[in-house]
Design a protein around this ligand. Structure first.
Ligand code: ATP
Ligand code: NI
Length: 449
């Protein structure tokens, strides 16, 4: 647990939008969310039930199935080893930006795009007409990387199907939202691993714990026989399972809840992931075991430089594990800050509400204060604040203007999406600011269709 602001993000989520189309309704479970996770950093995702935490995680793992669909945005995973591995396996879906720069002229390519029906608005986020867009291209403000990032490789005639591995001199990334099913399978486990609340979803009851860990070791480290057994024992010891040599031959039902979760962590580690997503991994466990598991994750992280995305609705757990916290509400990210900053100076009324409901926080208070009401299901593109109906500080504009994330402190990287900010503006100016920003975003979403 240490803040590493100077390091490169290993995961960058931008304008992610994941929607479920059920018979009854459309649920915008993840509605335009952006954030990054750096190497060795733990990012906590917190919010009440139904706020979209798990759907965010499943989107990153490429595990969103019908009736769900990723409707927009990007998820870039920048682990160099994964990029090279997938580039090797999927050469036809890989582009090298340096190669493109050497062998193509960006002006010609963009003109071809325009001929092909791409509008200058699409290319410049709605800001410029053809003439100005061409000028931007000629002046070098639109470069090859940008074209590739916008997902134009097919239309440029560079690949037959949209590329999902992008390489260039500064490194590269895998674009999860474009990845094929086989690529997603190759990404999971070894690149990004996930631990769920219920360890039984990851353990098969008919095989011994040892066999399951050995299988992961075989798949991801290529070890077999005695070498695999030794590695499995080593992993079980690494997650502090006592008497590992004997317990390796036991079945999941012979393990306690805490021990099962440890075994699942051992399985995840066998894959040597770069990013570990933990979706409420300790919620079902008692407090002592929970604390042990959190400590274990902390040790493992320090040892392996793992990036961790930790989902929980428990602010107390967040305080213990996270370097940075993202607060989600009804599909949206409403506040993001380094953990100390968030606890010392929460800005969004929702975050304040969550903090007030932590047991033992308000000394002398008898009843635990909770925020009244429930998280609304996000059914439509919001033209208002989704928290307003429950917000103690709501005012008229909250019903008609959608708040965007704005910087709320001099501290680095603290944002909140609330019409009360930026604090230095008058309320009227702040509202006007959010309204203007929101209009911009709306145009962009339409063009991303
Ligand atoms: N397979 C699905 N089909 C339809 N709707 C879904 C599906 N999965 C999730 N949703 C909806 O997406 C929204 C967000 O759900 P999500 O599971 O991400 O919430 P969460 O923040 O993880 O909550 P919890 O703390 O209860 O786990 C909810 O409204 C949920 O009903
Ligand atoms: Ni969940």
């Amino acid at each position: 647990m240490s803040i590493q602001l100077n390091r490169e993000p290993v995961l960058a989520v931008e304008h992610l939008q994941t929607t479920f189309f059920t018979d009854k309704e459309t649920i915008r479970a993840v509605d335009d969310i952006s954030y990054t996770i750096r190497e060795g950093e733990t990012v906590g995702i917190v919010g009440e039930s139904g706020s979209g935490k798990s759907v965010t995680a499943r989107s990153i793992m490429g595990l969103v199935d019908s009736p769900g669909r990723i409707m927009g945005g990007s998820i870039r995973f920048s682990d160099p080893e994964t990029v090279e591995r997938l580039a090797g396996r999927f050469p036809k879906r890989t582009v090298d930006v340096d190669d493109l720069r050497q062998n193509h002229d960006v002006v010609t390519l963009v003109e071809r795009l325009f001929d092909d029906g791409v509008t200058p608005e699409e290319l410049t986020d709605g800001e410029y007409d053809v003439h100005d867009a061409k000028l931007l291209v000629r002046e070098g403000d639109v470069d090859m990387r940008r074209l590739v990032e916008r997902g134009y490789t097919t239309r440029l005639g560079v690949t037959d199907e949209e590329a999902f591995v992008v390489r260039d001199g500064t490194g590269g990334y895998v674009e999860v939202t474009n990845a094929s099913k086989p690529a997603l399978r190759a990404l999971r486990g070894k690149g990004i691993a996930m631990i769920f609340q219920d360890p039984l979803t990851s353990l098969n009851p008919v095989y011994t714990v040892g066999n399951q860990i050995k299988e992961a070791v075989r798949l991801h480290q290529g070890k077999t026989g005695q070498a695999a057994t030794d590695e499995a024992i080593r992993l079980l010891e690494a997650v502090s399972i006592p008497d590992a040599r004997r317990r390796i031959d036991e079945y999941p039902h012979q393990f306690s809840g805490g021990m099962r979760q440890r075994a699942v962590i051992a399985m995840a580690l066998a894959c040597k992931p770069k990013l570990l997503i933990c979706d409420e991994p300790t919620t079902a466990l008692d407090v002592t075991i929970q604390a042990q598991i959190l400590e274990l994750l902390d040790d493992i992280q320090a040892e392996r430089d793992l990036a961790i995305m930790f989902i929980t609705h428990d602010m107390g757990v967040i305080a213990e594990v996270a370097d940075r916290v993202n607060v989600m509400y009804s599909g949206e990210l409403v506040e993001s800050a380094p953990v100390e900053e968030l606890f010392a100076s929460p800005k969004h009324p929702y975050t304040r509400g969550l903090l007030e409901s932590i047991p033992g926080r308000n000394v002398g208070e008898e009843r635990l204060r909770t925020i009244e009401g429930d998280v609304p299901t996000p059914n439509e593109q919001p033209t208002y604040c989704r928290f307003a109906p429950r917000c103690p500080e709501a005012f008229d504009a909250c019903d008609v203007v959608h708040p965007v994330n704005v910087d709320v402190s001099d501290e680095r990287e603290h944002t909140a999406a609330c019409l009360l900010y930026p604090e230095e503006l008058t309320r009227e100016d702040a509202v006007a600011y959010h309204r203007a920003q929101g209009d911009g975003a709306q145009t962009e979403v339409t063009h991303d269709e």
